[in-house]
Design a binder for this molecule. Structure first.
Ligand code: IMP
Length: 177
């Protein structure tokens, strides 16, 4: 059973919407001439973000998903990332955009980027809805970031706490009581 907690709104649905429009413009400028961009969502936390983001893109995209899970080793910095579900499609020679919910320590995104680069895409960029720079242990930054946030545990807009709260339309901060 999870501990009792309350959720305080941190980023409203309206603010997220507005930011996604801006991010989509950046992506359109970067990839507008690409033939069928492959948009890769990292499950499960990015499913709402990717759904909203691709609907702001006015060119053809292919959507694929990858699920990675990180396990604590003896120390946090020896964290191992495993691929639980791989892409269905090939990305060799293609333009790829990896969509992440939160970059926290950075282990997940750096592992996924290394893996996907080994498949020789023509171009690979990354986008994260949220970034907690103060938590970083691996030197990585997404090409585009929605919002930088402090070291708080957040939920909503696809992001969970023990599989709860993914369906909240806003990003909320979990406050344990
Ligand atoms: P990293 O490998 O430490 O960067 O972890 C990234 C993953 O940890 C994210 O994709 C989330 O699934 C999870 N995560 C990190 N911070 C939070 C949070 O505040 N709430 C929920 N999940 C989080």
């Amino acid at each position: 059973m999870s501990r009792d907690y309350v959720i305080d709104q941190m980023i409203s649905a309206k603010t997220i919407d507005a930011r996604i429009e801006e991010l989509a413009q950046d992506i359109r400028s970067a990839f507008g001439g690409t033939e069928k961009l492959v948009v890769v969502g990292l499950l499960r936390g990015s499913f709402v973000f990717i759904a909203d983001l691709v609907r702001e893109l006015d060119f053809d995209v292919e959507v694929d998903f990858l699920e990675a899970s990180s396990y604590g080793g003896s120390t946090e910095s020896s964290r191992e990332v495993r691929i639980l579900k791989d892409l269905r499609g090939e990305i060799g020679g293609r333009d790829v955009l990896v969509v992440e919910d939160i970059v926290d320590t950075g282990f997940t995104l750096s592992h996924v980027v290394r893996l996907l680069r080994s498949r020789n895409p023509r171009r690979l960029e990354t986008i994260a809805l949220l970034d907690k720079p103060s938590r970083r242990e691996v030197d990585i930054k997404a090409t585009w970031t929605g919002f930088e946030i402090p070291d708080e545990f957040v939920v909503g807009y696809g992001i969970d706490y023990a599989q709860h709260n993914r369906n909240l339309p806003f990003i909320g901060k979990v406050r344990f009581s």
